[in-house]
Ligand binder design. Sequence first.
Ligand SMILES: [Zn+2]
Length: 171
Amino acid sequence: MHCPFCRHPDSRVVDSRTSDDGSTIRRRRQCPHCNRRFTTVETASLSVVKRSGATEPFSREKIAGGVRKACQGRPVSEDDLALLAQKVEETLRSAGSAEIDAYEIGLAILGPLRELDEVAYLRFASVYQAFDSLEDFEAAITVLRAERDGTEDVDDTAEPVQPEDEAARTS
Ligand SMILES: [Zn+2]
């Protein structure tokens, strides 16, 4: 890091501070040549690689925007969306890679969205995983129901799931 005053090519770090959300580090530096002090801010970059191969900076706003569409008419607030986008960013950053596939972002959204609202989750998953038949929805709902029954009280009014081998037996 060049000194911004005398262009000396070296500097000494006198203090480091991480921001509250952990995404940036501010460093107080001193130039050994002119002794003046200056501050640098380091940000760990996170880029999204789109299907076309182009990259763009990760944006929480884009995450919230994509999920917002799936949440239309659902009891999901803007705060919920902001929190979900934050969780997604934390998940992606914790993977430690500076570049992530757009596909991985969708994957990181599914978990927290399912906790937030199951209907919005199904809508999002149907687009993201390209559901093209009722069976795809059925399968996703079966998984949701099985996991819900595993963690919460069993809903007695729920229809039993038909066995999958019906078609195989008639052929
Ligand atoms: Zn200097």
